[in-house]
Design a protein around this ligand. Structure first.
Ligand SMILES: [Fe+2]
Length: 208
């Protein structure tokens, strides 16, 4: 070891400005997803849906937390539970005492070639996506969930040092996966290049 290093004491190295993305697997998701597909299909036949970030596809109203079908009730319970570890991690740090939640959630049915444009979920704290039906991917891009680094400013670092400065982070979640992320983080869903529908449920949570 060189003399220069011996005279240094490392006090602390910490990740700063590091958004947390968590992935959960829901138990018995085959059964839950069968029920969800049935109830989502019935819902999409009753209502025309709305347009938000979706390009083509069916986007339901954001009232899934108020719907009485047992499949939606069960899924929404998972959504809140999955946010709790992230909330607990920061509650003490921010001195927050209140643990009331306000939630909204909706269904995305993306048929072949449908996608969701880059967006954030403003006015909420944590967001998530649960995967109900995921067609077998013909490529890693098809239907992928991609987060964009909000602090990326081109290439101020060595091109080889992308670990410190990635522009994006891509996930290919399978059926039964629940992803939790900060609502302010820009993201989009790449076009579904398969011949089947891709179905997910997205939601937002804010602390009150
Ligand atoms: Fe989103």
């Amino acid at each position: 070891m060189s003399e220069a290093v011996e005279k240094l004491t490392l006090v602390k190295t910490q990740a700063v400005f590091a958004p947390l993305v968590s992935e959960f697997k829901v138990a018995e998701h085959d059964r839950l997803n069968r029920d969800l597909v049935r109830d989502i299909m019935a819902w999409s036949e009753e209502e025309d849906g709305i347009v938000r970030s979706n390009v083509a596809g069916w986007h339901s109203d954001a009232n899934i937390f108020k719907r009485p079908q047992p499949s939606f009730v069960e899924a929404c319970k998972h959504f809140v539970e999955a946010c709790k570890p992230t909330i607990a991690r920061y509650l003490a740090k921010d001195g927050l005492k209140e643990k009331q939640f306000e939630c909204e959630g909706w269904v995305n049915v993306n048929p072949p070639n449908a996608y969701n444009q880059v967006h954030t979920h403003d006015r909420y704290d944590l967001s998530g996506v649960y995967y109900v039906k995921v067609p077998k991917q013909s490529s890693k891009e098809s239907g992928a969930l991609q987060f964009l680094n909000p602090s990326y400013r081109g290439g101020p670092y060595s091109d080889l040092f992308t670990a410190m400065n990635p522009s994006k982070f891509t996930l290919n979640p399978s059926e039964g996966t629940l992803v939790i992320f900060p609502s302010a983080m820009p993201h989009w869903v790449l076009p579904n290049r398969e011949n089947e529908d891709r179905i997910s449920i997205a939601f937002n949570l804010r602390l009150k």
